[in-house]
Design a protein around this ligand. Sequence first.
Ligand SMILES: [Zn+2]
Length: 314
Amino acid sequence: MSFFSTIMAQNYEFSDNVIIDPNLIPELKSGSECYNPNGPDIIIRVNIHFMLKDDGTGNFSETSDDHITNTGYNGYKYAEDLIRRANAKCSYNVDMNHQPIPPAPVIAKKFKFILSGVYFHRNTSEFDQSSSSCGFSNYAYNEGEVINVFLGKKPSYSSAGGCTYLFDDKIGFHGHRELYERSLSEGEWLNDLASNGVVHEIGHDFGLLHPIRHDCGACCDTIPVPNECASGYCDDGCDDTPTWQELVARGNPSPCDWNTQYSSNNLMDYNASSEALSPCQIYKFHNTACNSKKSYQSCYYKTVSTNTKKRRTT
Ligand SMILES: [Zn+2]
C-alpha cells in the first residue's frame, strides 16, 4: 500500500465472529501431509450472493452499482473483482510480523478460489438481516460443495465485518459496498480490504482461528465474558503463531493494533495488510481441503461430503 493508504487504513475497522462448536477442536489438524509445495494450487469454489431490497436497491445488482456511478459497473463485475483480489492475495506469502522463536519459514499458500455463481436476492427482510454480522440467508446453493458468501449492506462507513461457523460453508459479510463507494475517491486498496475480509472468513471455514483474538474478535488482552464473547480459545492451536501473552512478554506493547509497527500482518488477525500465513496455518487449510472439504475443490464434483450442517451450533 502507499503511504497515503496506510494512513487511511488507520481509520478502518474490521470485526468478525467465528462460532465454534467445542467438539470441533480435535478436528483442528496440523501436519503437512495434504500440502504439496510442488503441485498445483488447490482451487475452492465460491458463490457470491448480493442481498437487495424488494425494489432492487441497496446493493450491487445485475446491471448497476445502485447508481453510485454510471460506468456500467455491476454485481457480476464486483464478484469477479473480489475473487481476483482474493487470488492475488493468495498468490504470495510474506514473513509474519509476529514471529515465533525461532522464526517460521515463508511457504507458498497454494490455494485459490474460483467464482462458481453470482446471485441476486430481492428480499427486504433478508436485506435488513444482512446488515448484521451474522446475517447470512437461506439462499445458499450447492451446499457441501461451494462456499456461499452473502454480501449485505452496512449503513455506516469505515467498518466492515463478517461471521461464519468454523468448518461451515456460509459466510455473512457486510461493508463491501461502503468500501467500494469510498474506493471511487480514496483508492482501489479499499476494495482489497473487503476481499481480505472474505478470505479471512473462508480461512475460518477451513479451520483457522485468530492467533491473537478471541472467537468474537476481541483482542486477547480482554477477559472473555461467558455467553457474550469468546468461548475461551485464545490460541489458534498453531505453535508458529505466537499468542498475545507471548508477544507482550517479549515487549510488544499492543499486538492487536490495526496498523502500527507492533501490529500483526497475519491474514487471520485484523490488520491492513492481511498477507501472512504461517506454515501451520497453511497446512491446516490444506488438511481441511483434502479431507472434510475435499468436495469444495474445483477438481471434485458431487463428492459425497460430510454434512457440515450437523456440526453447527445454534
Ligand atoms: Zn475472524
